[in-house]
Design a protein around this ligand. Structure first.
Ligand code: ZN
Length: 153
């Protein structure tokens, strides 16, 4: 190819002209906005059916573990790692006899919309589901959002 500044012939893959030293070729690609990579964060998808079955079989004990990992994974994926950890959220839920889970569900809905990039008012949806006592549906929906985030990458 030829230098577009001085017209001298230069090697095709040269980054700079050997004659005048001006930069050649394509401009450097703009750095893209940092995207959260679920795999880099160590997050893998989880079967919703298996998790629900495990929760039933263990009389809810697996559900406590699921609650903790869901919270931590959702915090990471939504970039809100400074938010309350899953362990603390579980403790608060137990101390408040489950009242805290209503607030938790609301926050999970907010994060779900951040992770999926949808404005689906999931916070209100999750809150209502929890008020009706179907918290496990919130777990499943949150897990679904996490699984989709993992699949995207
Ligand atoms: Zn040149």
């Amino acid at each position: 190819m030829f230098c577009k500044y001085c017209g001298k012939e230069v090697p095709d893959n040269a980054a700079f002209c050997t004659e005048c030293g001006k930069p050649l070729g394509e401009p450097a690609p703009q750095p893209t906005a940092p995207t959260v990579n679920a795999r880099e964060l160590g997050i893998t998808s989880r079967s919703i059916v298996t998790a629900i079955l495990l929760t039933i079989v263990t009389c809810g004990i697996y559900g406590l573990y699921w609650f903790v990992v869901l919270t931590n994974e959702m915090n990471k994926l939504s970039g809100k790692e400074q938010d309350m950890s899953g362990g603390m959220a579980l403790l608060l839920s137990l101390v408040t006899c489950g009242i805290y889970t209503i607030f938790w569900a609301y926050k999970m809905g907010e994060k779900r919309d951040i992770v999926t990039g949808e404005s689906a008012s999931s916070n209100v949806v999750y809150l209502v589901i929890t008020l009706f006592g179907f918290g496990i549906i919130v777990y499943a929906l949150a897990q679904d959002a996490i699984n989709k985030a993992v699949e995207r990458q």
